[in-house]
Design a protein around this ligand. Sequence first.
Ligand code: ADP
Ligand code: ZN
Ligand code: ZN
Length: 727
Amino acid sequence: MPIIRVALDVPVATLFDYLASDATTHDIGVRVQVPFGRKIMTGVIMEVLDSSPVTPSKLKSVASLFHDIPPLPLTLLDLFRFCSDYYHHPLGEVVMNSLPSRLRSSKPFIQKPTTPFQFRLTDAGRHADTTSIPVRSIIQHRLLTRLRETGVIKPEEARQISPSAPKVLQKFREMGWIEEVSIHSSIAKSISSPVLNTEQQTAFDAVANDIRKFNVWLLHGITGSGKTEIYLRLITLLLLQGRQTLVLVPEISLTPQLEHIFRSRFPTTLLVCLHSRLSDSERLKGWLQAQKGEAKIVLGTRLAVFAPLPKLGMIIVDEEQDGSFKQQDGLRYSARDVSIFRAKQENVPVILGSATPSLESYYHATNGRYRMLRLSSRAVKKAVLPAVHCIDIRSAKCMDGLSKPLVTALEKVLAQDQQSLVFLNRRGYAPVLLCKSCSWTAKCHRCTSRLVVHLREKQLRCHHCGHQERFPSSCPDCGDQDIVPFGQGTQRVEALLAERFPNARILRIDRDSTRLKNGWEKMLKDIYERRVDILVGTQILAKGHDFPNLSLVGILNSDAALFSTDFRAAERLFAQLMQVAGRAGRADIPGEVLVQTEFPDHPLYYALRRHDYAALAQTLLSERKMAGFPPFVYQALLRAEAPQISTAMNFLTSAAELAGSTTGGVEIFDPVPAQMARLKGLERAHLLVQSGSRKKLQEFLTSWYTRITTLPIRKVRWSLDVDPQEF
Ligand code: ADP
Ligand code: ZN
Ligand code: ZN
């Protein structure tokens, strides 16, 4: 009897075999119900076999197979296998968590259309030979005539013609004579597209010429250079070929403009959005339209990378450097990296777009693994990049964090009835030891990470490798005794702004205020309609938005990131500041950016003043090379959480011992408490492993993972994080 091997949502790295009397290989990818312990669980058939290593008498029989939707495509199952192998996460969980919740449930799913749609005559239908329809089939003739007159028909109108009309329409659809379109979209008018400038044209041509093969393209274009326009042109090309495009964006609710741009450019194309804020039924509907190949454009956040796309022709990852592409729990995948694997597997191009690419991607584009496309000027003729200036707050007078020159600039902008934005960097950085006269910072001699100050114990600790040492009494470089922990300090800037500018309309934008349903849309409207004078915002601020009336950006307390213990902090800060700076001066108002800093000569601010990403990238890359950080090494973290820190540390120590002698080409560090050592009542610690070879690291992780699972685990939750982004 055939045996099916099923993926189930259970935290063990194995699939489960069941007897299934009439299963064939066509059932691979089908959902099933199987007995598991005392429960019945829903799973997905991954393989169909003739025999199982399990004793036949011990095998249970499958309860039922669901044929409510087509099976998951084989390529998608391969993608799940890749993720499970690469991220060392149970395959069953990978598969089941990718599905909309309705498909994970125990009931078969009954499809019914939920939003208004209508049928539209296709070119094939318009020119179809009516003599092929038997004369007796009056309903067919009537429906076709009606469609040829009006072009479209709604299901309820069809039903008025005859109760059997839905069946006929279904048949027309199968023949390709009609297609389903949303009612809203078919009314909209298509917006015409601008003529591409030379750089855009070159970039477009390069991708278009190789549109049917795998390549990773890095589209490196400054803010406002017209990257979106290139996406739109390439999508047009794919639509003509009847193929689907997957567009991944960091946070969809923050980019309603992008959805709007896509919808107005392709008014008659079915576009679906897939993100975590949809209701279950909305998500399921979009997912099914993608799976049937009807949705030609799928716009989504990281989870959309697992959408079934039978006619996938291209993947776009916009703002590819954004941290939100990496999932921080469960399957800790990077949607950008998974996209690249998926594109390779399906032999289609993937485009990574950014004004400030991640150093990993940039490095690959400069060494030829990826192909670089550059857009170096703003697409709108009059728009120029804003002038960036540093205010040296060691000499400028400051009041609770606001310097005199910034206050003056804000006053001026207010008087001219334009808008300004005050950007606060509020990420909590661990304190480091800094010499303010020569900028020396305490570094770990073992791994060149910055050491973290632990004031109570008067100790410096490396959160990467575990090394510890005592406070020095003076600066080892210049001898100055005034060395202080740096990187803490909260400011009450928002309140101060309100005091200082009592007549200004101030709007605060942060994660909480944008999370409210429609909160962000309302804020945008207020900004556009000039009901706001000063915007105060944190990291969350406005990605990819045009604020036409914004002429001043003030940047406060970003210095802490310059001396962070996180080796990616400088890269992230630069990306963020470029993005924020890019908000100013989009239309015909020239913009100005003022950065308050104690370190105006720092290479990061120097690059920012000159809008010179490449220069900074070179500096950071050579630092990373010297220090042996990514992209020159590949890393993985073994993470552990427990009510007591000692429990987590002991677990990691045992895991490190298991790694023992088998570490060819892989470096294993000591366990350390995590940067954020306590989270939700649990103590967190981790252990870093790294290697110059991705393959060696993977081989090591595979065998190590299996051995870790044999450890006696009490009260510890652990996971492997491959290519970690947060420490
Ligand atoms: P990016 O995504 O690179 O930040 P956008 O694609 O948003 O830039 O383009 C910025 C602005 O320039 C938009 O208003 C867009 O309509 C406009 N634009 C893009 N390409 C052109 C072009 N070739 N000619 C004129 N305007 C353009
Ligand atoms: Zn010094
Ligand atoms: Zn170290």
